[in-house]
Design a protein around this ligand. Structure first.
Ligand SMILES: [Zn+2]
Length: 217
């Protein structure tokens, strides 16, 4: 008689790590189903209030949340205010340090705030890429989005800015994608809403993200 051997998932150790991280970040990031505002349009910030003490403190708090998230997980590109319980239209986005090829310029890592963004243009070209959302951790959603967008926004000094970077490097593509992901949050939309449920993945393979590639659709 053949002896029965149970079949177990392959990446068991990594799953413990992934779920432990989700447990820690879930202490300050609201998860789907925990907060009604996550599914609603967040409110515009009055421009005259951007430089007030109240908002300075809110911007500081959201930056610290992203730093904390990155410290726990080693990843994470952006947080929108509603995810930390503030249903207002602002986000923080992380940009890693950029080393120029000819050793001429170097941009250190940055955490920048975007306020009341308004999308002005979308590219016709669309890309699919596996995204995760801090509010639906640890689901991976292979999400289709325009390759780039153009949008206006205010920075945390109250200055009107315009994002238009059609950079086709991986970093350029990721930033264009992160902005779309965060602006969706301001409208109550989460990446998993854009993906068929049968295409969703629960993170377990430790190589999944490091081997992820953009594909044109
Ligand atoms: Zn998200």
């Amino acid at each position: 008689m053949k002896k029965f051997k149970p079949v177990l998932p392959v990446f068991r150790k990594n799953k413990i790590k992934v779920f432990n991280m989700a447990l820690k970040t879930g202490q300050f990031i609201f998860q789907i189903g925990e907060l009604d505002s996550l599914r609603k349009r967040s409110l515009d910030i009055p421009i005259t209030k951007i430089t007030s003490k109240e908002y300075r403190q809110k911007f500081e708090y959201i930056k610290n949340c992203l730093k904390k998230y990155r410290k726990i997980t080693g990843v994470g590109r952006g947080i929108t205010a509603v995810q930390i319980g503030i249903p207002e239209r602002f986000s923080v986005v992380y940009q890693p340090a950029i080393k120029a090829d000819k050793s001429s310029s170097y941009t250190p890592e940055q955490y920048f705030i975007i306020i009341n963004p308004k999308i002005k243009k979308f590219s016709r070209k669309k890309l699919i890429y596996p995204e995760m959302c801090m509010s639906a951790n640890p689901i991976i959603a292979p999400t289709i989005r325009p390759a780039w967008i153009e949008f206006s926004y205010y920075n945390d000094l109250g200055n009107l800015k315009y994002w238009t970077t059609k950079d086709e490097s991986d970093l350029g593509r990721i930033l264009n994608r992160v902005f779309q992901h965060e602006i969706d949050h301001m409208n109550g939309i989460i990446n998993i809403d854009k993906v068929k449920s049968s295409d969703l993945i629960l993170e377990s393979d430790p190589k999944y993200y490091t081997t992820a590639k953009f594909k044109e659709v």
